[in-house]
Design a protein around this ligand. Structure first.
Ligand SMILES: NC(=O)c1ccc[n+]([C@@H]2O[C@H](COP(=O)([O-])OP(=O)(O)OC[C@H]3O[C@@H](n4cnc5c(N)ncnc54)[C@H](OP(=O)(O)O)[C@@H]3O)[C@@H](O)[C@H]2O)c1
Length: 244
């Protein structure tokens, strides 16, 4: 655990991983700013616990620059940005509506890169005397980039695009900012997933359990605590059975 309270921005804190991570970091005493589109019970609970909630639709790219300036009105420093917001459309839905594929590239690739840049303009990270980074950027990608996912090619391609950009972003922002990715495999099922689907998904893992969202918070704690990690992709997938 890092020594002093950090100021952290997380995109997409209305549910699941984003909400869990925001709650965990608030409980640890950090200052958390979270973006949302829809107001949910989880969001209202986080606001009651101290979250600064700011509206942002990443598909509305004209709003990114003003959003970064609004963040700067709430804080004079930003230690960590977690790009968590995501959409997950099947390829058959993208075939019926090609705008869905474009939307995934916007939410996973273009908008997070633009938001990172806009935040550096509105709230520049500082060059530190001790050589350590002043800020960290973490992207949530997906372990299935390695495994393959035949029904979500656009989703996986968009996540692979941002994962493939972290080396370049870390080069651009050194030495004041480091850039890493967390690539989860299955973290949690959706309520509508049936028993057979759950059994089959778990059988592909070396350790067949549903971990829940807390493993992302544990990994963010680790990335915050260890100043040496940069340009890294941390896979959270228990290992996999590779089918031949
Ligand atoms: N859950 C898993 O098993 C799993 C596995 C692999 C990778 N991941 C990655 O981990 C991250 C979190 O997963 P999750 O399951 O918690 O995702 P999720 O349930 O789909 O939640 C996504 C969040 O993104 C926000 N969002 C969606 N479209 C947006 C937009 N246009 N602008 C701004 N925010 C938008 C949503 O906000 P609204 O509710 O306001 O729309 C929501 O808060 C994602 O990046 C995902 O790809 C998760």
């Amino acid at each position: 655990m890092t020594r002093r309270p950090q100021t952290i921005l997380i995109t997409g804190v209305t549910r699941r991983v984003g909400a869990d991570l925001a709650g965990h970091l608030l409980d640890a005493g950090h200052r958390v700013i979270g973006s949302y589109r829809r107001e949910t019970d989880a969001l209202r609970d986080l606001v009651d616990r101290g979250l600064v909630a700011l509206p942002l639709d990443l598909l509305d790219r004209d709003r990114i620059e003003p959003f970064a300036r609004t963040v700067a009105e709430h804080t004079d420093r930003l230690d960590l940005i977690v790009h968590n917001a995501s959409i997950w459309h099947r390829d058959e839905d993208c075939a019926a509506d090609p705008g869905l594929a474009t939307a995934m590239y916007t939410v996973h690739v273009t908008a997070p890169i633009e938001l990172t840049e806009a935040l550096h303009r509105a709230l520049p990270a500082r060059r530190r005397d001790d050589g350590q980074a002043d800020r960290q950027v973490v992207f949530l990608t997906d372990a299935h980039i390695d495994e393959g996912e035949p029904n979500h090619i656009h989703y996986i391609a968009s996540k692979a695009a941002i994962e493939g950009s972290i080396r370049s972003l870390a080069l651009r922002y050194a030495p004041h900012t480091r850039v890493n990715a967390i690539a989860p495999g299955l973290l949690m099922f959706h309520p509508e997933d049936d028993e057979r689907y759950r059994r089959e998904r778990l059988a592909r893992r070396l350790l067949p359990f549903e971990p829940g969202p807390g493993v992302v918070a544990q990994t963010v704690d680790y990335l915050m605590a260890c100043p040496l990690i940069n340009q890294a992709v941390i896979r959270l997938d228990t290992g996999r059975r590779w089918e031949n």
